[in-house]
Design a protein around this ligand. Sequence first.
Ligand SMILES: Nc1nc2c(ncn2[C@@H]2O[C@H](COP(=O)(O)OP(=O)(O)OP(=O)(O)O)[C@@H](O)[C@H]2O)c(=O)[nH]1
Ligand SMILES: [Mg+2]
Length: 455
Amino acid sequence: MQDKGIQFGFIGCGQGGGKIADLFARHGYKAIAVNTSPVDLAALNGIPPEYRIRIGTRLGAGKDPRIGQEAIRTDAEKVQNVIEEYFYYEVDFVLVCACLGGGTGTGIAADVLEISRRVGLSTGCLATIPLLSESLEEQKNALKGFDILSDVNPTPLYLVDNQLLRLRFGDQAILNFWPNANEAIVGLWDEINQIPNRLSNMFVFDREDYFRLLNTPGCFTPLRIELKLDGEEGPEWLANAMREDVTALLSENNFEGECSRVAALLVCPENYRINAETVELVYQECQNLTNAPTLFRGLYSDPNLTDSVVLYLILAGLNPPNLRLQAIRNKLQELSPEIISRLNRPVTTNFGDELQDWDTPNPLPAARRSFAAPNSSPTVAQVSNVVKLEEERGDTEADALEESLSETAAAQEKEDYKVLTMDQVMNLMEAGTTADSTEYDSAFWDQFKLNNKKR
Ligand SMILES: Nc1nc2c(ncn2[C@@H]2O[C@H](COP(=O)(O)OP(=O)(O)OP(=O)(O)O)[C@@H](O)[C@H]2O)c(=O)[nH]1
Ligand SMILES: [Mg+2]
């Protein structure tokens, strides 16, 4: 990963997400794939087999995100171990990739995001929105998946609209459509990530600048504009020429008139003499069009460019593409009650089990979402440690812990599927290992991991 600015690690969720992560692996990045379907995993060829993790016991999720969610909660530990082993020391930033609409990617993305945060890694999310032509079930899943993702607040959230890719590559052979669409996503990300490593004695966009953009809460969109150089022009020609393209791209991406930070990175042919006023006008134009209070500049020359200049515009801190999401909502709301009842018709699985209802809102606040495996239930020794802890301190945390344990016990009695919240699991680990310690702090483990993370 010599030529990469930031050492990204990618975790592909489900089939589409897995294909995107696999392509990143073929571009030289570390990547992991997580899927309920062994067939989807076997079709990948960039990610080494040991980093393709099969979760759950089924052979896919059949577009039912509850199955994805159930699988990740069963195998959270397995996924966490691989992330720890493969990413912990060499990855600066994790991007969880999922294509919303199906069952696996949609159902597991938020949990995978939280698992990798638990490992102590900065984590954002790349998610795709389905094509307009896809079925109602996919649209409904995507909306719900977006809601659940918003719960865990990925920073940043890079939403890729498949419909825009469809407009760009739709006239190509079907076999090439997804590969080309994915190459557009991955290629642009990789191109931008090489910039912080480039030398420039003009304006430099370095790794810290890039981290600043990535760590800006909200949506994130990288854009690329290429302009042909034809003949000599006045100082304002470049700013004028790019204005139209930038405006078109922003409106296509449902830009709502403001963002928190923007980077404008200009790459020119090596022998091209661009004057200071022209460059200044371009930066000013970028700032005006995006309405951003913070602008990062970059100016580079590239021997591979001959007759064009390239402008990369990276927008951070955007609002979600509300218009696009609203269009999906409207489409669903316009349906007749008869279709809706068919869309929501319960499915009996061949496992004869009852799945938890995925469509009800998550009752837990984002910070307390659960993803632990059912077999993380407390051992007898851990329970007695908690009792000891309570006797020693009588604090409210121990009360809460006991309460959660009795809930777990009751659930076990009924042999129900019971998920512990991550806080509960952490509390148990703490109770099990530091029963004698005087400071009972559930954030200790996180802090410990963060302190130990080698950068
Ligand atoms: N950009 C992109 N989107 C894809 C690709 N493959 C599928 N999609 C989109 O992703 C959505 C979900 O499809 P999958 O990723 O196959 O679904 P899954 O997560 O594997 O879920 P199940 O098949 O139900 O287990 C589809 O509705 C498409 O919109 C891909 O290669 N690239
Ligand atoms: Mg699939």
